[in-house]
Design a protein. Structure first.
Lengths: 429, 329
């Protein structure tokens, strides 16, 4: 087969790319798929009793892989066959990544939208019978609880996480290694253990004493969520801080500013968008956490706006309890809550991606707005004899200044960020 | 530079100036604050262990070492018989099923992103992996409970009917096939998948392009290149990522508590209704009486120890491997 096709190519002088798929390849694939389906059908309906569509798909897939490999090995040799089969398998990996997500989102939307009314955002579950229609009452208490708990979590997490990340990345302490190991270990802490811990420390010992703040309440939930959110946010912020060019730090220190000042005025402002992205992703993670709340906020059917006293509901708890209920309306309510939760998480995720998106376009626009003399004047003070190597990139950036649209595109990302902190640093020292 | 330039001090001998890094007050505060927050993480994690141990004393006093060897969890008899073995067995089985499913898929997904996908697909799939990790486990559990179980059950039934020569596929006559460890493992594998996919992607993307090009230039196929260059290079990352995934799977709570009946038992029958995991069991028993709670604390302590060990081992493997030096977990 191969021996025949080679002279044919040489005669017609058609350029052939190694990765190209010929019609015969597609034909093979289609034929193998059909015969795999037929074979599976035979196994499942004639030889044994059926197994549902999922089993059918799985068996059909593997018999397709087998047939495709055998046929290709016969046509083009085992080397090509292995390559083709792996290509199919690897592509399947990507498809499997996508399918459950689409399926899950679709399912939650379809089931949740049925009972979604404006009332869901305006009422709690007060006076709603278990058998009442799913559209009665709402999830206001859960939404308020979730928002308050996450807000409290943020207030505690963000300063701590940023400080720890700064410690890991901006100081030279010998102590950094153990802290990094522990942050890594803590990020694998099972969420239920975090809840159990807060329960063991703050709630259990004071169970009979009726102290408002040391009982099941939203604040305890926030503490547990902090345990979950702290390590993830710390690590993401640390990665972002590592991306800040060292030259900026050195420039700031060389100008005589203290360490604290250079972190505060140079490093953090440069990493601002990255830190924001990390925090928003952390919120998305915290909003959906259920397990730690079981031992801390405990859940409640009525609106409780004070997170420091008595039990409080939250969206995940609301969904968790309702989805397990026996009555159909309660389940429908749970699905509505799940839809709201999913929307919230997806929105937050989208926001994080939006904030952390590739800024080259925007930077280009900003650098276009910069007055030309400033870009030109900055490198001029040092004598030209010493300067040439570092000046080279600036020269490139300045020259197309006449042709401004291309200036920003060609500019390295670092060059545009440099303008930011230096201008903020100016009034500092 | 070493010259002391003060005017009028010409007689003093020239000594090299000692450069001292004298921190200002602000710097000192800065150092204390950052080091303190670093210390806090250390302290917190230690406290978790200490407090769980303290609160579980009742349970350990009551059961002694048999806490680790007993399968049942019964608080209705006197004296109460509680043990973690049944929970532990379920936890490990579910986590192993999850990892066994997620590792090949996650590695394939990672490979697809680095070596097969082109520009736009690559960034789309990278974002998708992050998104998968952001979906709350509650929603996976809900989806698994209300939709997926019923779709998988016929397959389990078929396996039980035709594959009963294989011990894990055995099932009692007339038993339900929903709420099985297989289904729980499948749902948990979806939650582990993004972790493994992102670690392997990160590792594969650091393969030296020169080595890849050399393999291709010597005439290897794409699979040959991957087998000879990418996979050996990323082996540490694959193993470490799997361990990390295992750690997550062991601690997975809500989805499992929704999916499994949470009856402690030691069984290899993964197809039929049954099984319990430590995390799911704790979640289900939230708000119990004092003694049960101390038992839960003890179980939590066991879980804490196992996940901690797994995760630390994973970080060590990843950071020691050739490819994983700069990898963020």
């Amino acid at each position: 087969m191969t021996a025949v096709s080679v002279p044919a190519v040489r005669q017609s002088r058609v350029r052939r790319r190694p990765s190209e798929a010929t019609p015969a390849d597609y034909g093979t694939m289609l034929g193998c798929a059909l015969s795999a389906l037929a074979l599976t059908w035979l196994v499942f309906t004639r030889l044994t009793e059926g197994s549902g569509w999922f089993g059918f798909m799985v068996v059909a897939y593997f018999s397709f892989l087998l047939l495709y490999g055998l046929v290709t090995a016969d046509r083009l040799g085992t080397l090509v066959a292995a390559d083709r089969v792996v290509t199919v398998a690897v592509t399947t990996g990507a498809v499997v990544l996508l399918t459950p997500l689409v399926w899950l989102v679709g399912y939650v939307v379809v089931k949740g939208v049925a009972a979604l009314r404006p009332g869901f955002f305006l009422e709690d579950q007060g006076g709603v019978q278990a058998t009442a229609a799913a559209t009665e009452g709402g999830g206001l208490h859960a939404i308020v609880g979730s928002l308050e708990q996450v807000a409290l979590t943020l207030i505690m997490t963000v300063p701590l996480a940023v400080a720890t990340a700064v410690f890991l990345n901006e100081t030279r302490s010998w102590f950094r290694r153990p802290v990094r190991i522990f942050v890594d270990a803590m990020s694998g802490l099972p969420s239920i253990v975090a809840g159990l811990f807060i329960y063991a420390v703050f709630i259990l010992p004071y169970a009979q004493q009726d102290i408002g703040i040391l009982d099941f309440n939203g604040f305890m939930a926030a503490l547990a969520l902090t345990m979950i959110m702290l390590p993830t946010v710390t690590r993401t912020v640390e990665v972002v801080l590592r991306l800040v060019p060292g030259g900026l730090r050195e420039a700031s220190l060389a100008l005589g500013s203290s360490r604290a000042r250079s972190v505060w005025s140079v490093v953090l402002p440069t990493a601002r968008t990255g830190v924001t992205t990390a925090v928003v992703l952390g919120i998305a993670r915290a909003v959906g956490e259920t397990a730690p709340l079981l031992f801390t906020a405990f859940g409640y059917d009525l609106l409780n706006t004070n997170p420091f006293r008595t039990q409080q509901e939250s969206l995940p708890l609301f969904v968790y309890r309702n989805i397990q209920a026996a009555s159909e309306p309660a389940r429908a309510r749970g699905f509505t809550g799940a839809l709201v939760l999913l929307t919230l998480v997806l929105t937050l995720f989208g926001a994080a991606r939006f904030i952390g998106r590739d800024r080259t376009g925007r930077q280009a626009r900003r650098s276009r707005r910069l007055p030309l003399p400033e870009t030109g004047a900055a490198p001029s003070p040092p004598s030209p004899a010493v300067a040439p190597p570092p000046r080279l990139p600036t020269a490139v950036a300045v020259r197309p200044g006449a042709d401004r649209s291309s200036a920003g595109d060609r500019e390295p990302p670092g060059a545009a960020t440099t303008a930011d902190p230096t201008s903020e640093e100016a009034p500092g020292p | 530079m070493p010259v002391d330039a003060r005017p009028g001090d010409a007689n003093t001998p020239r000594t090299p100036r000692v450069v001292v890094d004298e921190p200002t007050r602000v710097d000192r505060i800065f150092g204390v604050v950052t080091a303190g927050s670093g210390l806090l993480v250390l302290v917190l994690l230690t406290l978790v262990g200490v407090f769980l141990l303290l609160r579980s004393r009742d349970a350990f006093d009551e059961s002694g070492f048999s806490f680790f060897t007993r399968v049942e969890w019964r608080t209705d008899v006197v004296p109460p018989e509680i043990g973690v073995l049944g929970l532990l067995a379920g936890t490990v089985v579910v986590a192993l099923i999850a990892v066994a499913l997620a590792v090949p898929l996650g590695t394939c997904a990672g490979l697809f992103i680095t070596d097969y996908a082109s520009g736009r697909w690559r960034s789309f799939l990278t974002g998708l992996v992050d998104l998968l990790a952001a979906v709350p486990s509650l929603l996976y559990g809900l989806w698994g409970l209300r939709l997926l179980s019923d779709q998988i059950a016929p397959l389990s039934e078929w396996l039980a009917r035709n594959g009963s020569w294989f011990p894990p596929f055995r099932a009692e006559e007339g038993d339900s096939f929903t709420g099985s460890m297989l289904i729980a493992g499948m749902v948990v594998s979806l939650m582990v998948l993004p972790i493994i996919a992102s670690v392997t992607r990160e590792v594969f993307s650091q393969t030296p392009p020169g080595e890849k090009e050399a393999a291709l230039a010597l005439g290897s196929t794409r699979w040959g290149m991957i087998r000879m260059v990418v996979l050996p290079y990323g082996r540490g990352g694959i193993i470490g990522g799997s361990m990390l995934g295992l750690g997550r799977a062991l601690g997975e709570t809500i989805a499992v508590s929704l999916l499994l009946p949470q009856v402690p038992e030691v069984t290899s029958r993964i197809l039929e209704n049954g099984g319990a995991t430590i995390a799911g069991f704790i979640a289900l028993r939230a708000g119990s009486d004092e003694f049960t709670t101390s038992g839960l604390m003890a179980a939590g302590l066991v879980l804490f120890g196992i996940t901690l060990a797994t995760n630390m081992l994973a970080s060590v493997i990843i950071s020691r491997s050739r490819s994983g030096v700069g990898v963020e977990l």
